[in-house]
Design a protein around this ligand. Structure first.
Ligand code: ADP
Length: 194
């Protein structure tokens, strides 16, 4: 089973990814984590993307495709995976269709964790206050930019998956457990039909 978790910054994708890992034995492919790792290790790629990320902009598609292609070579993806933070624009979504096709794989579910923008802002501000090591892109100024980028570049991707009939909108404003059980209910319903 292959899944895309979709949602604005602060919508809770990471939290729900952890749930899906434990519940269904999937692995997580987070482009954000991969990029942060490169920045931390001060690799050539990390140096290229550091400022872009700190400003809340999208990293160039070619860099993302390089990371994704490399990651999908690992056999551990065979039992199913969760994309978290990818695809983030239409070009990435189209590329992903090609990659999946070439690898004879398919996407089963896209879950859009839908959260009101005002709630997103306050969640991120709280997260920034609580964290000892604050993520450089978790300040309110950068968050506003990240939301803008999300609305402009990422949201249109939803139509792409709506047209493919695999889009599920999940109310992301309940408790963590409520959101998780809504997701697993949809998965289990589909598994039973198969
Ligand atoms: P979020 O908290 O919004 O889920 P992520 O951890 O997914 O953030 O991503 C952090 C930053 O990494 C983004 O703001 C962007 O600069 C970069 N990034 C992550 N994934 C992608 C992607 N698929 N395409 C372009 N940039 C990306």
């Amino acid at each position: 089973m292959n899944i895309i978790l979709f949602g604005a910054p602060g919508a809770g994708k990471g939290t729900q990814a952890n749930f899906l890992i434990n519940e269904f034995g999937l692995i997580q492919i987070s482009t954000g984590d991969m990029l942060r790792d490169s920045v931390k290790r001060k690799t050539k790629l990390g140096k290229q993307v550091e400022n872009i990320m700190a400003n809340g902009e999208l990293v160039p598609d070619d860099i993302i495709f390089l990371l994704i292609n490399e990651r999908l070579k690992n056999k551990d993806i065979k039992n199913g995976f969760i994309f978290d933070g990818f695809p983030r624009n239409l070009k990435q979504a189209q590329k992903l269709d090609e990659i999946m096709n070439d690898m004879s794989m398919h996407l089963d579910f896209v879950f859009h964790i839908d959260v009101d923008e005002k709630i997103l802002t306050s969640r991120i501000e709280n997260r920034a206050k609580q964290e000892k090591v604050i993520r450089k892109d978790d300040t309110s100024a950068v968050l506003i930019e990240r939301l803008k980028v999300y609305n402009r570049d990422t949201k249109p991707v939803l139509d792409h998956y709506f047209n493919q009939n695999i889009l599920n909108v999940i109310d992301g404003m309940g408790t963590i457990d409520e959101v998780s059980s809504n997701i697993s209910r949809l998965i289990n319903k589909d598994l039973k039909v198969d």
